[in-house]
Design a protein around this ligand. Structure first.
Ligand code: AVI
Length: 312
């Protein structure tokens, strides 16, 4: 039984039911996420892009890198690199000596990024690394080269606080003292701004959430009727936590070949995603007793998003 199948079986046997958002990203899910990043309601990508475009000098200064000493710029989950390119252009133009190391589990995404960088910044040294973040970092650990890690897009927000804390500890373990982390996070703000980002008018986020059921149908030979489920986002300004659910619109049973039959009551929810929003206090909480020290916070002009710079 694959890990995916085990996790689906386990999650649907729980009460309340649960499916992990890490399984959103099959080919269709990747495409839908690109559309999400371009939606008018999804302010996160634009806000972080603005920081990278307008505050490039401040980023470079607070990372403490110098043109004459070599470093590695490692990006975890690089995607199409739109934001990072703003930083890369300036570093290249100012003659910094560094390798850009984008890490991703998708070789397709990495190859596309590599060829677009070749076209746009010929002199940039790019070393793509396919695989699990920690395995790649572990393999880079013993070089003694100073490192700057980029973890952007509020990707950390898809983890529960305890998991995020563990992530910071694991990251600290594969870095050396003095290495830097640039952590991009969405900030806690009004429901009127956050909720539409997860409930867009065009229904792209709905399709993104429902695609998880299609993926289970395709890969695990299941018979979810997508028409009988709907997308429901929730957000609490008090906790700063957004959650996405899939709601069964009627009583129904769903069969997954080899895993069994799962009963749904009318109105029963499957929790599929957490998108945590941050404050300084929560950053302090997830870095507490880790080897990271908070150094700097850069924000976009609306104060929607922050890039924190932490030192290992
Ligand atoms: C990838 N991650 C930071 C996105 C988020 O905002 O939590 C995924 C997403 N889910 C729905 N829309 C976007």
């Amino acid at each position: 039984m694959s890990q995916f199948e085990k996790d689906v079986k386990d999650g649907l046997s729980r009460s309340p039911k649960y499916l992990s958002s890490k399984y959103f990203y099959d080919k269709k899910g990747d495409e839908l996420f690109v559309q999400i990043m371009n939606m008018p309601e999804y302010y996160l990508t634009r806000a972080e892009f603005e920081i990278f475009k307008e505050q490039t000098t401040e980023i470079i200064e607070s990372l403490g890198v110098r043109p004459d000493s070599y470093f590695e710029l490692v990006e975890l989950g690089a995607g199409d690199g739109t934001k990072t390119k703003e930083l890369l252009k300036v570093l290249v133009n100012q003659g910094f000596k560094f390798d850009y190391v984008p890490v991703d589990i998708s070789s397709n995404a990495l190859n596309q990024l590599q060829s677009s960088l070749k076209e746009e910044m010929e002199e940039l040294s790019v070393k793509i690394r396919k695989g699990d973040y920690f395995e790649v970092l572990e393999s880079l650990k013993f070089t003694n080269t100073p490192k700057v890690i980029l973890f952007l897009g509020s990707n950390i927000g898809n983890l529960e606080d305890e998991q995020a804390h563990q992530f910071m500890n694991e990251l600290a373990a594969v870095l050396n003292s003095g290495d830097k982390l640039l952590l991009g996070v969405d900030l806690i703000k009004a429901e009127e701004v956050v909720l539409p980002a997860y409930n867009d008018k065009a229904g792209i986020t709905k399709a993104f959430n429902l695609n998880l059921l299609s993926r289970i149908n395709n890969e695990l030979d299941a018979n979810f009727d997508i028409e009988n489920f709907t997308h429901q986002p929730e957000y609490s300004e008090t906790t700063g936590i957004a959650k996405s659910f899939l709601v069964s619109t009627k009583a129904q049973s769903v069969k997954i070949n080899g895993s069994g039959t799962f009963e749904f009551k009318a109105g029963e929810k499957i929790h599929t995603e957490i998108s945590r929003k941050y404050s300084d206090e929560i950053i302090v909480k997830i870095t507490k007793n880790t080897k990271f020290r908070l150094q700097e916070k850069l924000q976009d002009s609306k104060g929607y998003f922050a890039d924190y710079i932490l030192v290992r």
